[in-house]
Ligand binder design. Structure first.
Ligand code: NAP
Length: 458
């Protein structure tokens, strides 16, 4: 079987790779296992030095890495540059913070010494999506490696060159051979990898249906897992908010990465008293998006990553219009080669419509009008997902109280939901479980060990 690298903005084939065969997979897993055992015994200061060198290498290779991501999955080049820089920040962050996160915690010391120690788990299998082809992987890799583990990457099949480029970054940074390795394999190989005794744990980012399968396989193998799945994030705008500012941020929250972000705002829940003003300002902002070849500097919305995802989004938009949503902007594929879709705005969406019920993974916004804050929270929670949420109001006291009623892994008040190396990231409900980033993200893939020492006996 072969893996194709295709430019979704032109439909042109960029490269083709043979999938790794069983012997190659076996060799790579053994090499990674060996590297992990040595890495676990490497002094922490040396481990942090490698993290810093990875950050430096990412920055040094930025002008090669960024266009590669744009070519393979269609995001605007400027966003790809920002993605590489964020990966470097994450490695620098953990290089500074991990020694503190991993330090023993002494619980009591009288005649005895009780402490919590954080040991490595082993080799972590990362099954990753294409939407942030570097960030999704490196967000997980920095804490995994900092904790003394190794990583085996099975990346999405449409970004094989990005996957190999990441393996190369670790080589250039001087990582031990195999400590971070890429397997070029399809989804069908994942079950066998999870069952392999050389794999100790699994981190998965991707769709909820694939997450269910991986969760059950990891459950059968009794291996620790972190799942970062889909989302249908609400963006609540109350009437007392700065409506123009909310609308400007809302455009970014929905359309960045061509709308293909798990934490993109997907349902704009707006208090009726401010809805017309918000909708006008939001549509004005969306109209200014420049949909073009993502390699062009002026392009602010590129191609979607795959044609079939573009077609699925179009079907969701059409179904919602048939259900009574009002199409204010866009609503069609762009008439050119590639998987381009017009920035699309649907107004008067109701909670039962497709655009509110399903995850819309592309540049289409659903606006739902509500009578007050209580209805806004009720509708925000009327979803199977629970990843992020944004809440706009100038009454910060009320905002903090409302934030506790919103069922999500994160609430951002007067801002857009974003990942940040310093803060835990993850969801509840069908958006997954476990946390990445911050201290919790590092501890997910460690053995939290109790070490109790009684007095020496003579
Ligand atoms: P996907 O189809 O689930 O693919 C993600 C990864 O899983 C790919 O490597 C894919 O491999 C693999 N995969 C797919 N089906 C599998 C199966 N049955 N068993 C084992 N592995 C399987 O997701 P996607 O369409 O690429 O990405 C979009 C989805 O990811 C959206 O739902 C989005 O919300 C979610 N996402 C979540 C987060 C988060 O942090 N919560 C972040 C980004 C994206 P192949 O490519 O070889 O099929």
């Amino acid at each position: 079987m072969s893996i194709h690298s295709t430019n979704p903005a032109t439909d042109g084939v960029l490269a083709q790779f043979d999938e790794h065969d069983a012997a190659t997979i076996d060799r790579k897993l053994s090499e990674t296992s060996k590297a992990q055992r040595e890495w676990a015994r490497t002094p922490i200061a040396e481990r942090m030095d490698l993290l810093r060198r990875v950050a430096q290498t990412l920055r040094a290779q930025k002008s090669d890495l960024a266009p590669l991501a744009t070519l393979e999955m269609g995001k605007p080049l400027s966003e790809a540059v920002g993605e590489v820089e964020k990966c470097a920040w994450n490695f620098d962050f953990y290089a500074d913070a991990a020694p503190g996160f991993l330090a023993d915690e002494v619980v009591s010391s009288n005649a005895t010494d009780s402490r919590i120690a954080y040991d490595p788990l082993g080799t972590v299998l990362a099954v990753m999506p294409w939407n942030y082809p570097y960030w999704q992987v490196m967000r997980a890799a920095a804490p995994v490696l900092a904790g003394g583990n190794a990583m085996v990457l099975k990346h999405a099949s449409n970004v094989p060159q990005c996957a190999l480029a990441l393996e190369d970054i670790f080589k250039r940074a001087g990582a031990p051979a195999g400590l971070f390795t890429t397997l070029l394999v399809g989804a069908g190989e994942v079950a066998g990898l999870i069952a392999d005794p050389r794999i100790s744990a699994v981190t998965f980012t991707g769709s909820t249906p694939a997450g269910r399968k991986i969760a059950s396989q990891a459950g059968t193998a009794l291996k620790k897992q972190v799942l970062e799945l889909g989302g249908s994030d609400p963006f609540i705008v109350l009437a007392d908010a700065d409506i123009e500012a909310a609308a400007a941020v809302a455009v970014k929250a929905r359309f960045q990465n061509t709308g293909q972000s798990c934490i993109a705002a997907k349902r704009f829940i707006v208090e009726q008293a401010a809805a017309d003003r918000f909708v006008d300002a939001f549509c004005e902002g969306a109209r200014k998006l420049h949909v073009d070849d993502p390699m062009q500097e002026h392009s602010t919305q590129g191609s979607m990553a795959k044609r079939h995802l573009r077609d699925e989004l179009h079907a969701q938009v059409q179904a919602s219009v048939q259900q009574g949503a009002r199409l204010l902007l866009g609503g069609s594929p762009v008439d050119r080669p590639g998987a381009f879709y017009q920035p699309t705005v649907l107004d008067h969406v109701t909670p039962d419509m497709v655009a509110a019920q399903e995850e819309t993974f592309g540049p289409a916004a659903a606006i739902l009008r509500v009578s007050d804050a209580d209805e806004a929270v009720r509708i925000a929670n009327a979803t199977n997902f629970g990843l992020g949420a944004a809440l706009w109001t100038n009454d910060l006291d009320r905002a903090r109280k409302l934030s506790r009623r919103i069922e999500a892994g994160a609430v951002f008040i007067n801002g857009l939901v974003a990942s940040d190396p310093r803060l835990p990231f993850g969801g509840i409900k069908e958006s997954g479980y476990g946390r990445e980033l911050g201290k919790l993200g590092l501890h997910e893939f460690t053995n939290t060990k109790t070490v109790w020492t009684g007095p020496a006996r003579t």
